[in-house]
Design a protein around this ligand. Structure first.
Ligand SMILES: Cc1cc2nc3c(=O)[nH]c(=O)nc-3n(C[C@H](O)[C@H](O)[C@H](O)COP(=O)(O)OP(=O)(O)OC[C@H]3O[C@@H](n4cnc5c(N)ncnc54)[C@H](O)[C@@H]3O)c2cc1C
Length: 433
């Protein structure tokens, strides 16, 4: 690579700033390694920062993850590049070299104070992706209240270039001329922590997501249950009524060859049970029914959590949902096979349905490795070279994987996996000296 003087050198590149990436970066930084953490989103935090509470302890998710996020940003051995994309990585001797593109936010990261005055004057409103489209946001916006860095960004696709934000910004941070920045890097090891994608609920056409407004997916329910929820309570999106008979449809997009995802997502039973408990608190008069194929409560304290939920009168029906139809009043009719009662096809009416969407692999990072192939497993997750003996190793020597980039898993397992991967990375780097 030319421009040797411009190459930024680190010991490890961590790709992805979710809980796996943060945990691994912090572990390695504390061992004295210099880390570059590359996150494609505006903020670090991954999915965990958007969750309500976590099973089975019902601890507040943001309360656990925000201290970790701020520790990551304050750690002197960690350099963070948000809103950045890795373009290429190739092996050069004992190192990996490559290129990152830091995309323009059109707001100066160093001077923006996060005051949000720009949001107040922006006349454009579009769906807010961080609230999973339940409410709107402006064309210039702070991604979410606890984003790190807490810096605004302009969504140029929707901006009408009226200049209102520029006039009101007290720090003169708006810069419509900002260009993508190219960063050349050299690192000794790479740790992939790029997480998972959420199953697109619209692909299960027979469940009506996208057509019936009162059919929502589990991340939308997480957002309705967080303390900073967009509405002050849980509401049906169609008419703003408070639901009193909510159904959960488990295995939406998991264990389902018809949508190309035959495996169990491991977390949906437990997050649905968790949400049912939280709903009992938010809407004490509401009925909650969970339609399931099997309940997989396999972790420590999970079975007790499930039993507790049954004791709270959440109804569990062993039945596969065939289709959902909307009635005139916005209520939903569920057609299901009642497995425990002779497999009869039955119907049930609910006023809101939550689809317990599964996890899908996010393997886009494989395409940036230029000279050696980063192999995928049969389910399209990053292949763990030896899943039993050494789950952090990938098909490329010096490249490691942690968290849900390798397989569906919950937060405690993700943290364990990040711990194991960081120990492997440290061992690998030391073995080269
Ligand atoms: C509805 C729902 C509820 C849940 N509730 C619970 C719960 O109560 N308890 C529990 O234990 N678990 C729960 N989970 C699971 C939990 O969300 C995951 O275990 C956890 O988020 C995995 O963390 P991760 O870091 O592996 O992945 P992610 O959280 O997906 O983070 C990956 C990060 O990598 C970034 N990234 C992706 N691709 C790239 C790239 N190419 N370059 C740079 N950066 C990239 C992403 O932007 C993201 O910031 C729930 C999941 C869902 C869907």
């Amino acid at each position: 690579m030319d421009n040797q003087d411009k190459v930024q050198k680190f010991d490890v590149m961590v790709i992805g700033g979710g809980i796996a990436g943060e945990e691994a970066a912090l572990n390695l930084a504390k061992m004295g390694f210099k880390i570059i953490l590359v996150e494609k989103d505006y903020s670090i935090g991954g999915k965990m920062v958007h969750l309500s509470k976590v099973f089975p302890t019902l601890d507040c998710s943001a309360c656990i993850t925000t201290p970790k996020m701020s520790e990551t940003t304050r750690e002197p051995n960690i350099t963070i590049k948000t809103y950045s994309e890795i373009k290429e990585i190739e092996k050069s001797g004992n190192h990996f070299i490559g290129k990152i593109i830091k995309k323009p936010r059109f707001v100066d990261e160093d001077t923006c104070t996060g005051c949000q005055l720009c949001e107040d004057v922006c006349p454009v409103s579009v769906d807010d992706q961080y609230q999973y489209d339940l409410v709107g946001r402006k064309a210039i916006y702070i991604p979410f209240a606890i984003a790190l860095p807490k810096v605004a960004a302009i969504d140029l696709d929707n901006c009408i270039l009226c200049g209102a934000c520029e006039k009101v910004c007290p720090a003169n941070s708006i810069d419509f001329t900002e260009k993508p920045e190219e960063i050349l890097f050299e690192v000794t090891s790479v740790l992939i922590a790029t997480g998972f994608n959420l199953f697109d609920a619209g692909k299960k056409v027979e469940y009506g997501y996208g057509r019936y407004k009162n059919v929502i997916h589990a991340m939308q329910m997480e957002r309705q249950l967080v303390p900073t929820r967009p509405f002050n309570t849980v509401l049906r999106p169609k008419d703003g009524k408070s639901p009193d008979n909510i159904a959960y449809v488990l295995c939406t997009g998991s264990r389902d060859k018809s949508v190309g995802n035959p495996i169990c997502s491991q977390i949906c039973c437990m997050y649905s049970i968790k949400q049912a408990q939280l709903l009992m608190g938010a809407l004490p008069m509401a009925d909650v029914t969970i339609y399931y194929i099997d309940i997989r409560a396999y972790g420590k304290g999970f079975q007790e959590f499930y039993q507790q939920t049954k004791d709270m009168d959440v109804e569990f029906v062993k039945g596969k949902i065939a289709k959902i139809e909307e009635k005139e009043d916005g209520n939903l009719e569920l057609f299901y096979e009642d497995i425990e009662n002779g497999g009869k096809v039955k119907t049930a009416e609910h006023d809101m349905v939550v689809l317990a969407v599964g996890l899908l692999p996010n393997n886009e990072i494989a395409s940036v490795f230029k000279d050696e192939e980063l192999e995928l497993d049969p389910f399209n997750y990053i292949k763990q070279k030896d899943k039993l003996i050494n789950p952090a190793l990938t098909s490329i020597d010096g490249v490691f994987v942690a968290g849900t980039a390798a397989s569906p898993m919950d937060i405690p397992d993700t943290i364990l996996s990040a711990g194991a991967a960081s120990a492997e990375v440290a061992g690998y780097i030391r073995s080269l000296k």
